[in-house]
Design a protein. Structure first.
Ligand code: PEP
Ligand code: MG
Length: 324
């Protein structure tokens, strides 16, 4: 099996009926480890910039960040690299910037932190833009967006960063800008968001956690945390329909996209771009190459009639078994 999977890695991520899925890779640390994947992916769908920040002793400076980001962008150019602005808080702590709260996942995290510390965000934005000079494959993604004002504030800061570089004589094309769909309220503000940004990226990990009100890292309630909960799946299916109607390119970058059954469901719902950790790519590609788009759509329809996560899991396993 391992050999078949390996062999298939150089084949397109295309269904038997020629529906092409874009597979992208999630990155964090050393880009060298994943740079070899360039011929096999459509780019980096999520670069978690907080990861390199977690191993330094202080906030990395603008030059240091520029080097890090340049590495990512160069390794994948001309393919797009979606860089997410710092997403700390929740479970991701920086030793030199401790955040102590009773409910960290409902607290100060993601864009909430960086809008309260625009000096930190501005360094990061300037470094991203500087790094993209001449490559133009940067896309910027905003995490934990809850309110439209947050998007507007972040867009103003991106404009300011671009203007500052221009004053320095560095002309940079404005990157595409997107927001993470991971706070449930954003599901109901897609129109307003679509008017402001170029793309959406669905953070199915946080979206699941917040839709189900289950801490994604708490072992006591781990059994309740399940992206195959019918409520989560129907939210995702509606999201796929609505973003298609709005014509906003939308990818999924949470763990669900890296699970073969999850990837097939997402494909059947209408998502055509999935971003995942490198080790998940072979199995997801293999699943896509074995299941036609109509079959995946049917799988979604069947699944949406089921009323419990365990019924959904059982059904997915049965179907996947038939397709192997
Ligand atoms: C997510 O929430 O699904 C996501 C991709 O972001 P992170 O896992 O880094 O919170
Ligand atoms: Mg998230």
């Amino acid at each position: 099996l391992a050999e078949v999977l390996e062999y298939e890695q150089d084949l397109p991520s295309e269904t038997p009926d020629a529906h092409v899925m874009k597979l992208m890779v999630n990155t964090g640390l050393a880009v060298d480890a994943v740079a070899s994947l360039k011929p096999r992916v459509s780019g980096v769908g999520l670069y978690r910039t907080e990861v390199p920040f977690m191993i330094t002793e202080r906030f990395p400076g603008e030059q240091e960040q520029t080097r890090l980001y340049r590495d990512q962008l160069e390794s994948f150019a001309p393919l797009p690299v979606v860089m997410r602005t710092l997403d700390i808080g929740g479970d991701k702590d920086l030793p030199y910037f401790p955040i102590e709260e009773a409910n960290p996942f409902l607290g100060w995290r993601g864009i909430r932190v960086t809008l309260d510390h625009p000096e930190v965000l501005m360094v990061q934005l300037r470094a991203m833009l500087r790094a993209s000079h001449g490559l133009d494959n940067l896309q910027i993604l905003l995490p934990m967006i809850t309110n439209i004002e947050e998007v507007d504030s972040a867009l103003r800061l991106i404009d300011r960063a671009q203007a500052e570089l221009e004053e320095d004589g560095m002309l940079i094309e404005r990157p595409k800008i997107g927001v993470m769909i991971e706070v449930p309220a954003t599901l109901f503000q897609l129109g307003a968001l679509a008017g402001r940004v170029d793309f959406f990226s669905v953070g199915s990990n946080d979206l699941t956690q917040y839709l189900l009100a289950v801490d994604r890292n708490n072992p006591r309630v781990a059994e309740l945390y399940d992206p195959c909960h019918p409520g989560v799946l129907s939210a995702l299916a509606r999201l796929a329909d609505e973003t298609a109607a709005l014509a906003v390119p939308t990818s999924v970058c949470g763990e669900l996209a890296g699970d073969p059954a999850g990837a097939l469901l997402l494909m059947g719902m209408g998502f055509d771009t999935l971003s995942m950790n490198a080790p998940s790519l072979p199995r997801v590609r293999a699943a896509i190459r074995r299941v036609s788009l109509p079959a995946a759509r049917e799988l979604v329809q069947e699944t949406l009639t089921l009323s419990t996560p365990s019924a959904v899991r059982a059904h997915l396993n049965a179907r996947l078994g038939e397709w192997q």
